[in-house]
Every structure is written in C-alpha cells, then in structure tokens.
Design a protein around this ligand. Sequence first.
Ligand code: ADP
Ligand code: ASP
Ligand code: MG
Length: 632
Amino acid sequence: MGLVIQKFGGSSLAKAERVLEAARKAIRAKSEGNMVIVVVSAQGSTTDDLIAKANEITPQPSAREMDMLLSTGEQISIALTAMAIHELGEKAVSFTGPQIGIVTDSTHRKARIKKIDTSKLVEAVETGHIVVIAGFQGMDEQYDITTLGRGGSDTTAVAVAAAMKLAGYDVECEIYTDVDGVYSTDPRIVPDARKADAISYDEMLEMASMGAGVMHSRSIEFAKKYDVPLMVRNSRSDAIGTWIVPEAEWMGEVPVCGVALAADEARLVLEGVPDRPGISHTIFAALAAANIATDMIAQSVGIGGKATIGFTVLNNELEKTIKTLKPIVGEMGATLRETGKVSKVSVVGAGMRNISGVAEKMFQALASEGINMKMITTGDIKISVLIEEDALPAEEETSTPGEAIKKSHLESRKAVKGRRALKAVHAAFGLHLPRKGAGIPVGGTSQTGFKPRAKPLVVAGVGDREAAVSRLEGMEDVLVSGVHLNAEQSRITIADLPDNPGNCSTIFNAIATGGILVDMIVQNMNRPDRAELSFTVPRADLAKALKRTKAVVQSIDPNCAVVGDAEIAVLFVLGVGMRTHTGVAQTMFGALAAKGINIAMINTSEVCIGVVIERARGEEAHACLKAAFHVL
Ligand code: ADP
Ligand code: ASP
Ligand code: MG
C-alpha cells in the first residue's frame, strides 16, 4: 500500500470551508487505497499575526518564546483538520511536532531537523487513521519547542516522507498551495509566467534559495537526499502540478527554466583586506560560527596587496553580521561598509552548464532596461546579479513593522527595480512560451507522466550514500557528494571597469559570439564607481577570449587593464545545502588555508561551491578537500 503525504499551506486552510476541502482531498487519497499523512501550516496569515502580537510587546522578543508562540498557529490547524476529517466520516488523529518526536537542534527560529521517531506515525497509519501533523515545528533535546524558519512546513512534510520511506513505506509527497505548480517565476509579479511540468531537484533548490517562495529550499534538500517523489499542486483543483524530479537528460537542453527575485538581502563590502591565504577563512568562519549564511560572495583579486570582498546576508541578520565582523575587520586593518537596499535576480537552468550565451542574454536584458549590476556571481546552474534599489520614501519604510507582514511579499513589492529586472529577464529568455518540460511533452513520456524514480543523484561524502541516508540521526546534515578539479580553465580579469549599465553585456556578447563557454563569473565593486570583473573560460579559448575582451574593453575605456591568467585551477564541492549549511564553506576555506593555498575567486550556490586557486597547487588542493569532506 502506498503512503501519500499531503501538505497544505496557509492559504489552503484559511477558512473552515478550505479546511474541509483539504480534509476531502485526504479522504479521497485514502479511499483510493493509500495510507495518508497530512501536514498543515498555520491558517492564512496566522503566523504573521502572531509575530505582530509579539512586536506589540517588544521589538526584540526572545527566540525561544517566539517559537513557543509561533508553533501555536500550526496547532490550531491540526485540531481543525482532524475535526474536519471526523466530520466527513473518517478516522483521523492529530499530533504536534514534538509529539511525533521531530527532534531538532536548538537554533530557535531556524532549527534543523536531526531525527524523526516514526513509531507513533506508523502505529496511527497502520490502524487506519489519517494522521494530521503540525508543520514548521519540532523540539530540541532540552524539550524546548523550536520552529524551522518561515515556510518550514514544506520541510516537515518532505522530512516526514523521507523518514517513512526509510521505515519501508512507498511514499509520494504532494505540496498543495495556491498556485498550479512551480512557474518560470512568481506569477504574482509576472502574470504570463509559465507552469513547469517538471523541474529537477537542483533547479528547484537554486530557485527556492534564490527567492522563489513557492517551496522552502530545505524541503528540496530532503527530497533530493532521500529521493522523495514530490509534486507541487493547487489545493483548489485537481490539475496535475509540477513534478520535482532527479535531473533528466532533456533538462540539459533547457538553458533557463526560471528566474527568481530576492529582496530581503543586504550587501556588505570589506575593503582593504590583506590578500593572503586564510583571510577568507577567518571572515567566513566567524560568520559560520555565528550561524549566518552568506549568499553572494565576490572577492576581487588584490591590487597592491589588498583585496575587496563583497557579500550578501539576509537583511534580518545584518546587525548580527556587522557585530560579528567588527573586531576581525579592525584587526585586519580593513573597513566594512554596508551599501543601500538591493535586489537579487537569478536565472536558473540545468542546460546552462553546456549552453553558451546565457550570461550575455541576461546582461543584455538588464542593459536594455538601463539597470546596473553591482555584483555578479554564478553557480553551476545559476547566475545571480545584484541591483541597487532606489531609496524608498520614509513612510513606506516605517510601514513594515519588523517581520510582521509576510516579508518576502512585501519586500518584493518594494523592489521596484528588481521587479523590472525580473520581467525583462523573463521576457528575454521567452519563459512565457512553451518549451520542453513546460507545455511540450518530453520524449516518449506523457507530459504528466513523470515518476521521479531513477537512481539517486547524491552520493554521500562519508563514502556510502546508502549508509548515510539509512540513518535517521542527522537527517538534515549536509551531504557532500563530490570534490572536482578542473585544471582546464583560465581566467580573464578586467580592472577598473566603469560602473555603467551595458558594459558586461557588451563584453559577454563579444565572448558568446566567439562561441566560448563562460563558466564562473564574479563581479565586484572595488571602488564606488569602478568594478572588477573576472570570469573563467576554457584554457584552449584563452587567447581568443582575451583578444575579444581587449578589443571590446578598449572601446569602453582604454584605461581598463585586461589580464589573462592560464595558471589557474577551479575546485568545486558539490552536494546539497552547500550554502545554507554554513559549515561547508568554513571547512573548505579552512582546509585550503591550512595548506597556505590562496583563493582568488569564490562562488557559492545551494548545490556547489567553487573556488579559483593557483594551478600549480590544484592537485594538492583537490586532495586536501577530498580529505576534508571524506570524499573518496
Ligand atoms: P503556502 O502557504 O501554500 O506554503 P506560499 O505563499 O508559501 O504558499 O507559496 C506559494 C506562492 O509562492 C505563490 O502564491 C506565488 O506567489 C509564490 N511564488 C514565488 N515564486 C514562484 C514560482 N516560481 N512558482 C510558483 N509560485 C511562486
Ligand atoms: N506557518 C509558517 C509560516 O507562515 C510555516 C509555513 O507556512 O510553512 O512561515
Ligand atoms: Mg510556503
């Protein structure tokens, strides 16, 4: 017998009638011969309302008490949903997170799941109950209630599915929400966004962690790690939604499947940083120790022995970041500067690994809107750019009481330039049009016939994936699947590039029209009006790329220096949750620092962290990272 896990989001439970609709869906799945577990969020805007209530008492509530408060929203939902199922004539039993032994670490407000005790769940489903579980919450080892971070009910649902899979059940997970599935971008911002029939775990991970609020990114980590079949679908219809699946071959033909906007980040710049081994480690280890995840990291090559490091953190962690770094920065003789409001726009697609011209097209779309990019970073399957927003009128700013309103939505409403950029990029890639996997059936498979089976994608760093995922302890620990060395790349750096819209577009157009595949791109502002742009191209193409770059840069500003470097190596650490598990970057930079290996470029994403180092030390660095991550 199959086990279906159905998760209902806040809008899908907002009123009594909606709760009854959800109950009917659960009963139908049961009557089709499945065992059923329902995971619920708090009703409607309950969580936001609770945050507002706390803020009426104090602007800085204790995190422990906030978790105590916020977890009540989901507790209301489980009781009402179980009652609705009873009312419709079925057996149901509700449980809070702590009751079913969802054990987390003690990081209140963003706790990670350590293990789930399935015994109560098994007993309840085996005795014919529809089991209703509170999403978003757990309990730490001191019996304190914790919550998993905004949107965390998705993660509860997929984690429960994973745990039940390990307990021997044939699971499938449905995420019911207020849209038909995963779209090419937020349909609230771009009404002609197109729904995908299928998207890969990695693409969804990048989309979610770059701002696509439709899924909690950590839920996709579980789905990928434990190979849980997942579908996002509409709670108000029976329409087939979007399958989130292991990467299929056809996905490699789709350079871009989606665009995401994040407007809740702040940009920081560290200037005058001594350019020597271990510096990145000192900085990012301090942030990791404070459990602050950095997002975009762009490090400019040191000029005159000094480097500039730009990075972003979540707005609500800005103060903590500044406090954490102040003493370190002082010691280094560097300065830390916070820059104004920013928006981040990212394109994601598995096909960009092998298809050239994606960056060029994105930059061109932004240039034609007159939008300037303050930072650029790339990942294996994504490109992100940071845009500076114009300051908002004072009354708009003060109308947001702390976190009180569903933040992502309010923030993106304010991200005027970011939204304009998102629309332009969406249009440039024609994402509103049908494509393979989004309206056009794929190969012999029917459009809706995706069954995410196949072989697991991730191989555990600790040697044996099966062994790693067969344990319930440390469920949400990071899983590093591999460390790779690419010694066939070279780097081009342009110093002092004027900070004007269109320059990057012109440069990458010259590269793309030469048929050259650009891999990593990092752009950072190393002076207020000047950028440093570095990118990697295959070594075999260096001379050609250099010639093209020099010619085009000459026409932008003859004073810009263009330097080619064939003596580099690129090292990648691949896995899941690479960016948000703050320890990964720390381990990586730490291992390299311990060997005295200098890092010239850094790129981070959810599925990959890449660094550029000196070629002569490539093999040594490769071996040292394999040892650090216990990868064979
Ligand atoms: P729930 O309460 O069901 O968890 P959420 O509000 O968390 O719902 O997520 C659904 C919302 O995510 C949609 O209403 C949509 O506006 C937003 N969203 C953002 N990006 C996307 C995307 N790429 N595809 C679909 N929805 C998206
Ligand atoms: N109720 C929580 C929130 O609003 C969790 C969730 O909805 O997934 O963030
Ligand atoms: Mg959600």
